[in-house]
Design a protein around this ligand. Structure first.
Ligand SMILES: [Fe+2]
Length: 475
């Protein structure tokens, strides 16, 4: 049963400050700004179009100041107050505890024409007009999951390498970072005697978010604005509360907070949006967090929701000649097969059952050249003889992988009926990718590079329109 959140800082001063900060008519001068030392994290969320939002997490009772270019500093607004959220009645794991968020989430929308911003003296990643290099990561957290008896060695940076990956990726100086979902994995307590994860926080509160995401991601969070794509780990019954406090681009509200299960029917879904990468190109972001591995019936609530979302994608993709479609779950991918079989189709049957009703031939609108995903903890790049968009799976950025993905496919294996593979490259080890624009925008030419943990290039894939061709450049 849902209970009202308990305020963590239940002082009159906090409530007064929050009320003042939320009121735009109050001059910033009168709001006591958060001291720099209490700020946990500052980052930029890239939202729809060219809209960007600066977020700051602080242990202070008030939001920090933000200074745009040379203008006088003003207080950021409160997005979500600290609080201890009651245990969700239905969750993915047996072990449960309240989700304690002992940080204040603050935000400010980046004004048009502003080039620089500072929060409490720290420079904030600024949105770039000309985006040429994009870092892509997915599935980054350290798996602690009692229901599968899966406990990754979170204390060993070789066994859970997200911190190293973030460092290597930041060194490549991206203009934009995209995380294609599943940021939070520490759902169950580390078992007694497990030295690899001893002392790790767990559950859905800020301490687990900090250990799993904000601490290791720091070099990348300070390198460029981020596009966040929601994964199944960020669905409402799992880490959805943190998703809405920290990552979601829309305003925070009780109805879109995952605090009360009565709102899940909407809060588990989001309107798609597109991020402009230039006059001709855009990234379309799709929330697939609540999909199923089984086909939906047209009577299912999820079927209606995803159909509505996909109709919105149709409208978005009609606006520009070139679109990259991003959902956490892939539709045209392969997964490692159990035992004797070398690979198996690994696309999400729930999404396929919806998308095929609108786009029976290729599952996606014509202007979608390339699709990007996570969820499967490997690297895959697949190009088709048929009209299907090139598919990239980039789910190898830290969370434990699940065996080995075959380096080649049996003849005629198709990830979806009628999708004939022309080029296939795969990699099982941990890593990350960059997408570099090569040539003029209208040419739709991109270079995808897959890197190892240390930032060494392993694979290069030339992308032209909806075709990709990969070559291995190192082991
Ligand atoms: Fe996933």
């Amino acid at each position: 049963m849902f209970k009202s959140p308990r305020l963590w800082f239940s002082t009159t001063a906090l409530l007064t400050t929050l009320a003042l900060a939320a009121c735009s008519s109050v001059p910033a001068l009168f709001v006591a700004a958060a001291p720099a030392g209490e700020i946990e994290s500052v980052y930029t969320v890239q939202a729809e179009g060219q809209r960007a939002i600066v977020r700051a997490l602080t242990r202070s009772a008030s939001c920090p100041d933000i200074a745009w270019d040379a203008h006088p500093a003003q207080a950021m607004s409160v997005r979500a107050a600290p609080g201890a959220m009651a245990v969700r009645s239905v969750g993915a794991q047996v072990d449960k505890k309240e989700a304690l968020f002992d940080v204040l989430t603050c935000e400010a929308t980046w004004p048009a024409g502003v080039l620089k911003a500072r929060v409490a003296g720290r420079e904030v990643p600024a949105p770039k007009a000309d985006i040429r290099r994009i870092v892509i990561i997915a599935d980054t957290g350290c798996r602690m999951k009692a229901s599968e008896n899966a406990f990754q060695l979170c204390n060993d940076v070789e066994q859970w390498p997200f911190a190293k990956i973030a460092q290597s990726a930041a060194a490549l100086k991206p203009d934009l970072v995209i995380h294609i979902g599943d940021m939070h994995y520490r759902e169950s307590p580390c078992p007694q005697g497990e030295a690899g994860c001893v002392g790790s926080p767990w559950g859905y509160g800020y301490d687990a978010w900090k250990a799993d995401f904000f601490n290791p991601a720091r070099p990348l969070l300070t390198a460029a604005p981020w596009v966040f794509v929601r994964g199944n780990h960020e669905s409402c019954a799992r880490a959805g509360q943190g998703w809405f406090r920290f990552m979601d681009r829309q305003p925070w509200s009780e109805a879109r907070s995952c605090n009360d299960p009565k709102f899940d029917q909407d809060a588990d879904y989001s309107d798609p949006y597109s991020v402009a990468i230039g006059p001709d190109t855009q990234f379309v972001v799709f929330d697939s967090s609540k999909t199923s591995g089984k086909p939906f019936s047209f009577k299912d609530h999820a079927y209606g929701k995803y159909k509505t979302q996909m109709l919105a994608v149709d409208q978005l993709t009609a606006l520009k000649p070139h679109s990259f479609f991003m959902s956490h779950h892939p539709l045209l991918a392969f997964a490692p097969a159990a035992k004797s079989k070398p690979a198996r189709p690994g696309g999400n049957a729930g999404l396929q059952s919806v998308f095929e009703t609108l786009h029976p031939k290729r599952l996606f609108p014509d202007n979608v050249n390339v699709t990007l995903h996570g969820h499967i903890h490997f690297f895959e790049a697949i190009s088709f003889k048929t009209a299907h968009p090139a598919t990239l799976v980039l789910g190898n950025s830290g969370s434990a992988n699940e065996g080995k993905i075959p380096l080649s496919l049996p003849p005629d294996m198709q990830p979806y009926p009628g999708a004939v593979v022309e080029d296939y490259a795969a990699r099982s080890d941990y890593g990350f990718a960059t997408l570099d624009r090569i040539g003029p925008e209208a040419s739709a030419r991109w270079l995808l590079t897959e890197y190892n943990i240390a930032g060494g290039a392993v694979l290069r894939c030339n992308i032209l329109g909806s075709k990709s061709k990969c070559e291995r450049v190192a082991d």
